[in-house]
Design a protein around this ligand. Structure first.
Ligand code: ADP
Ligand code: MG
Length: 399
C-alpha cells in the first residue's frame, strides 16, 4: 500500500507560515536530551520547508505533564536547543503555547525562521482534542504539516485538530513510516520472515494473525511462547502464561498450518527460579520445563534455529524481544536474534523493526545502524501492523 495522502511535496509552501506537529518527545536528564533519535528523524522535513521558503512553527508534546500549566522539567526548550545544534539553524523558542506570548512570537516568524512552541500538553485540552485548542493552533499557520509519527495514532488537538481548519499534509518521516510498515503486507520481497516476541499473546493476536497472512515464516519467542506451549499440550512451570488465550494460540497454529506458513516455536528455554531474584539459570527443552521454573529467554538450540531462518530472509519484520532482555543474564537470546537480523541488511535484504521494547533492545546492543528501518513510534507502529488507520494520517488531505 502506497501512501495515499498529500505530503509537503504536493503543496506550495513558499512564503507561507507552516505549523508543524513533530515528535520531540525525547528523554531528558538534568535538562539535556539523552537520545536525539526523534529530533534527527524530524530534520529532513524541517530542512525541506526552510529551503523552500516557509516560516516554520514547530510543536510537540514531551513526557506526561499533568496538564495544569507549565512544568519546567518537561519544557521543550532543550529539544529546541538540540535541533539548533544538529542543524546549525537559528531556532527560536517561546515558553508559551496557546497564549498571547506564543501568538506574538508566531506573528514574528518570517520565511526561513524556525520557532518551537512550548509543550502542547501543559494544557489539558490538548489531549481532549478541544476545538478551542485546534482553532488556536490552526491560526498559527497557513498550512499544517504532520510529521509526528509517534503520536499519529492519537486523536489529540495538535495531531488532528488543525486539519479541520487549514490544508493538512504529511512530512517525510510520517510518509516513510507508513510506507515501510505497510509494505510488509503489500509485496514484501521473499522470503519474508516475521519475528514476534514480547510478553503476551493477548496484546499481539491481531499482529500475529496478520503476519501469518503475509509472512513465509513466523518466529515466536518471548513470554508469549509459553501460551503456545500450553496449546501444544506442554506444561510451562511458573512461566508467563495466559490460559484464557490457549484457544487463540491453537487457532493461530492451525491457521499457519493451513496457509503453509512455517511457524517456529522455541526448542529450548533459559529458565530460572524467581523473576526478581533469580538464583539459577538452566537450559531445558520446551516440553520439559520443571514445575518450579520459569522461562526467561530462548535457549541455545533455538538461537541457532532462529538465526538460520532469519539469515535467509530478504525481508524481516521484528516486534518484541525474545526474553527478559532488560536483565543482562537473559538478554542473549534477543541479542542473537538481533545479530541475525542485522545480517539481513548487510546481505542486501530489508530489516524493519517496530515496537517500543524491541527498539530499546536493539539500541542496547548497539545494532541500530545495521537495521534498514527502526520505527520512531512504538504504539503507532503496532497499530499500523494491526491494520488500523491512524487518526493523524486520516485527517490529512488525500493525494
Ligand atoms: P514491544 O514493546 O517491542 O512491542 P512488548 O511490550 O510486547 O514488546 O514486550 C516487551 C516485554 O516482554 C519486555 O519487557 C520483556 O521483558 C518481556 N518479556 C520477554 N520475554 C519474556 C518472558 N519470557 N517472560 C516475561 N516477560 C518477557
Ligand atoms: Mg512494549
Amino acid at each position: 500500500m502506497a501512501f495515499t495522502k498529500k505530503t509537503v511535496r504536493d503543496i506550495d509552501v513558499e512564503g507561507k507560515r507552516v505549523l508543524e506537529r513533530v515528535d520531540f518527545n525525547v528523554p531528558l536528564k538534568d535538562g539535556v536530551v539523552t537520545d536525539d533519535t526523534r529530533i534527527k528523524a524530524a530534520i529532513p522535513t524541517i530542512k525541506y520547508l526552510k529551503e523552500h521558503g516557509a516560516g516554520i512553527v514547530l510543536m510537540s508534546h514531551l513526557g506526561r505533564p499533568k496538564g495544569d500549566g507549565p512544568e519546567p522539567e518537561l519544557s521543550l526548550k532543550p529539544a529546541a536547543e538540540k535541533l539548533a545544534e544538529l542543524t546549525g539553524y537559528d531556532v527560536k523558542f517561546v515558553d508559551d503555547t496557546y497564549g498571547e506570548k506564543a501568538a506574538a512570537a508566531v506573528a514574528a516568524v518570517k520565511p526561513g525562521d524556525i520557532l518551537v512552541l512550548e509543550n502542547v500538553r501543559f494544557d489539558k485540552r490538548e489531549k481532549k482534542n478541544d476545538p478551542e485548542i485546534a482553532k488556536k493552533l490552526a491560526s498559527y499557520g497557513d498550512i499544517f504539516v504532520l510529521d509526528a509519527f509517534g503520536t499519529a495514532h492519537r486523536a489529540q488537538g495538535s495531531v488532528v485538530g488543525p486539519a479541520a481548519y487549514i490544508p493538512a499534509v504529511a512530512g517525510f518521516l510520517l510518509e516513510k513510516e507508513v510506507d515501510t510498515l505497510t509494505s510488509i503486507f503489500a509485496e514484501p520481497e521473499r522470503p519474508f520472515v516475521a519475528i514476534v516476541g514480547g510478553s503476551k499473546v493477548s496484546s499481539k493476536i491481531t499482529v500475529l494473525d496478520r503476519l501469518i497472512d503475509s509472512a513465509d515464516t513466523l518466529i515466536v519467542g518471548g513470554g508469549m511462547a509459553y501460551t503456545f506451549f500450553l496449546a501444544k499440550g506442554y506444561t510451562v512451570g511458573t512461566s508467563l502464561q495466559e490460559p484464557d488465550y490457549v484457544d487463540e494460540a491453537k487457532k493461530l497454529l492451525d491457521k499457519a498450518k493451513d496457509k503453509g506458513v512455517k511457524l517456529l516455536l522455541p526448542l529450548d528455554n533459559v529458565v530460572t527460579d524467581d523473576f526478581d531474584n533469580p538464583t539459577v539459570k538452566e537450559v531445558v527443552d520446551s516440553d520439559k520445563i520443571p514445575d518450579d521454573r520459569m522461562g526467561m529467554d530462548i535457549g541455545t538450540k533455538t538461537r541457532e534455529l532462529y538465526a538460520d531462518a532469519i539469515k535467509g530472509a530478504k525481508t524481516v519484520f521484528w516486534n518484541g524481544p525474545m526474553g527478559v532482555f532488560e536483565k543482562d543474564e537473559f538478554a542473549d537470546g534477543t541479542k542473537a536474534v538481533a545479530e541475525a537480523v542485522a545480517e539481513v541488511k548487510a546481505n542486501g535484504g530489508t530489516s524493519i523493526i517496530g515496537g517500543g521494547d524491541s527498539v530499546a533492545a536493539i539500541n542496547k546492543f548497539g545494532l541500530a545502524p545495521k537495521m534498514s528501518w527502526i520505527s520512531t513510534g512504538g504504539g503507532a507502529s503496532m497499530e499500523l501492523v494491526e491494520g488500523k488507520a491512524l487518526p493523524g494520517v486520516e485527517a490529512l488531505l488525500d493525494a
